[in-house]
Design a protein around this ligand. Structure first.
Ligand SMILES: Cc1cc2nc3c(=O)[nH]c(=O)nc-3n(C[C@H](O)[C@H](O)[C@H](O)COP(=O)(O)O)c2cc1C
Length: 382
């Protein structure tokens, strides 16, 4: 976007450092490292920082790419609370990026903040043309200096699949996926390239094991798997057994499991019960960006910080609003914040009432007054 100044704004509320309550009953002593008698860093023996090419992801808890949500404002807030070893942008349309480059001085809206923000940072791209993807991958590496280029092979939305034959559509042609990955890997070296997939296109055609081998063979540095098929969209549950089954087929790259993790208990459970090197969290962090720090504490065997008080959550929401408005202006900012505001309120007493009112705001004044009057104060109301 031309004409708009991008500013890095520091988080005005206090850092999230409270620590109350026990994380887990797994004792550190159970897992003394035999080689140096030092206790391992994490409470579970299979949890370690992961290496994605030359990037260390520590802790192995990743923030998922989410279109329409994981923009620079949101990523800043996730970073402030801490706990995620790798943060990702929204998916960026590679063909659209090339078109902008050739026709305008602008760059994709979704790359807001990418040049300046802290690392590590993964930028996700999508399309089905190897050369276009390679061109954009190289640009992201050379010009934006991103830590990781991630390729989307999981998006089930019709505009991406049926219309653009990309995203999860490509799962039906693993060879084509391999071509895309190897071109992007060549263009981005030594910056690592990763892939994010679903289990397959349909329940009748689950091919994640085959796809995983193609992904690794083509030079990707990590694989993330959402344990649903494209046909499932978000129905049913993420099948972690299926995700786990992939692990023996990967020779050297990490496997990151994704789907339905919405608490530190579920993250611990995932590492305890499934063969994954890392986990990725999407929807649950939208209204609870502090979730990563809770998961990290649980993995470290430290007391898990409680959720911030509702007053602090409200402050966080207003701070989020400020960041968005500074970038997009009051009118578009207020409109964009409607969806975030609903996420922050979700599960609280009065959430429905709040949603109804916040859905109509179109100025900062309206936003502030709706938050003041209707932001939930107590208990559950799903
Ligand atoms: C609103 C929304 C937008 C998403 N956008 C993307 C995206 O841009 N790229 C991607 O790979 N996955 C995207 N996803 C999928 C998530 O990254 C994740 O795989 C999925 O939500 C399952 O994880 P969860 O159960 O933790 O939400 C999106 C999901 C949601 C809900």
């Amino acid at each position: 976007m031309s004409g708009v100044k991008w500013e890095v704004v520091s988080f005005p509320t206090r850092k999230y450092e409270l620590a109350i309550g026990a994380a887990t009953d797994v004792s550190q002593d159970q897992f003394m490292d035999a080689t140096n008698s030092q206790p391992p860093k994490f409470v579970l023996p299979n949890v370690k920082p992961i290496a994605i090419g030359n990037v260390t992801v520590d802790p192995p808890i990743l923030q998922a790419p989410m279109a329409g949500f994981t923009n620079y404002a949101f990523r800043q807030i996730v970073r402030e609370y801490g706990g995620s070893g790798l943060i990702a942008t929204e998916m960026v349309n590679a063909r659209g990026f090339v078109w902008l480059d050739e026709n305008t001085p602008e760059h994709p809206e979704r790359l807001w903040g990418v040049r300046d923000e802290p690392r590590p940072l993964a930028v996700q791209i999508w399309d089905n043309q190897p050369e276009t993807m390679a061109k954009v991958g190289r640009r992201l590496v050379e010009d934006y200096r991103v830590s990781i280029v991630d390729i989307n092979f999981g998006c089930p939305v019709k505009q991406v699949t049926e219309k653009a034959k990309s995203g999860s559509y490509l799962l039906r042609t693993p060879d084509k996926m391999g071509e895309i990955i190897s071109e992007v890997v060549k263009a981005c070296a030594p910056t690592p390239v990763t892939a994010k997939i679903r289990l397959g296109c349909t329940r009748d055609n689950i091919n994640a094991i085959d796809v995983a081998q193609v992904v690794e063979g083509a030079g990707a540095a990590a694989l993330t798997v959402h344990g649903r098929t494209a046909q499932d969209m978000f129905r049913g549950h993420s099948d972690w057994d299926r995700i786990s089954e992939i692990r023996p087929y990967l020779k050297k790259i990490p496997l990151i499991g994704n789907g339905d993790l919405d608490s530190h208990q579920k993250v611990l459970h995932a590492f305890q019960n499934y063969d994954v090197d890392g986990v990725m969290i999407a929807r649950a962090c939208l209204g609870r960006p502090w979730l990563f720090s809770q998961c990290k504490a649980a993995l470290l065997g430290e007391p898990v910080p409680p959720d911030p008080s509702l007053a602090e959550q409200k402050t966080c929401l207003l701070h989020h609003f400020d960041l968005i408005v500074q970038r997009f202006g009051e009118s578009k900012g207020a409109q964009l914040m409607r969806r975030y505001a609903c996420c922050y309120a979700q599960g609280r007493f009065g959430a429905r009432h709040f949603r109804t009112h916040v859905a109509k705001v179109s100025t900062a004044e309206e936003f502030y007054s709706v938050v003041e009057e209707y932001f939930p104060v107590d208990k559950l109301d799903v």
